[in-house]
Design a protein around this ligand. Structure first.
Ligand SMILES: CC(C)(COP(=O)(O)OP(=O)(O)OC[C@H]1O[C@@H](n2cnc3c(N)ncnc32)[C@H](O)[C@@H]1OP(=O)(O)O)[C@@H](O)C(=O)NCCC(=O)NCCS
Length: 180
């Protein structure tokens, strides 16, 4: 049995500081970027994908907790990408998908602990995140990944049927969207 909690209200048995430490570990374990020139570069990287979200929108930062309140995965995001200029400053590629945001305004980032993958925990996290957005009247949600990433199948099976691929620098980025 897993429980999904937001960082705003993680429950009595789980300490926020312990949860945050585990989330950091899952983030770095899941990230394709493994080496950093300095500790500050590593911190800045974490801020872009994790700390900005926990600091600004803890209500949309959800964690999946196991039997012993251990963190199995997390999802974080925003309800409307267009409302956060500071975040767009951190991610200059936001602008290449600008025409998709009216239909799919929200965006998300998700990762599960390596030892917890393939057990539907990611799908459960998506379902709860989408339901929070729906309750807040959000029309659609998207994420951005790489067209050849294994996770494309995961989003597709969870209903992210809209796709748009764009060139960005030397690589390709894939936006996948779902109406809510
Ligand atoms: C993608 C991810 C969040 C899915 O959560 P999950 O709980 O493993 O997913 P579910 O059990 O609900 O669904 C299984 C599907 O997830 C995907 N998946 C499973 N393990 C995966 C892995 N190690 N890496 C990427 N995708 C994976 C596959 O599409 C899988 O379907 P398949 O077994 O038919 O290939 C999770 O696997 C993960 O954190 N992967 C690595 C990091 C990542 O890709 N994050 C998303 C960045 S955009």
């Amino acid at each position: 049995m897993i429980q999904v909690k937001s960082l705003l209200n993680p429950g009595e048995s789980a300490k926020t500081s312990v949860i945050r430490k585990s989330v950091d570990e899952i983030f770095f374990e899941s990230s394709p970027k493994k080496s950093f020139a300095s500790a500050s570069e590593r911190e800045a990287f974490k801020f872009k994908y994790l700390d900005w979200y926990s600091q600004n929108l803890p209500q949309y930062f959800l964690v999946a907790l196991g039997e012993k309140s251990e963190v199995l995965g997390y999802v974080c995001g925003v309800a409307d990408t267009r409302r956060h200029e500071d975040l767009a400053g951190l991610h200059p590629w936001f602008e290449i998908f600008e025409d998709c945001y009216p239909q799919f305004p929200a965006h998300l980032h998700i990762n599960c602990a390596e030892s917890a993958r393939g057990r539907s925990i990611g799908s459960t996290l998506l379902a709860v995140f989408e339901s929070c957005l729906r309750s807040d009247g959000v029309a659609g949600v998207h994420l951005v990944t790489s067209p050849d990433a294994r996770n494309v199948g995961f989003y597709d099976k969870n209903g992210y049927k809209f796709t748009k691929t764009m060139n960005w620098k030397d690589s390709k980025l894939l936006l996948m969207g779902k109406s809510l």
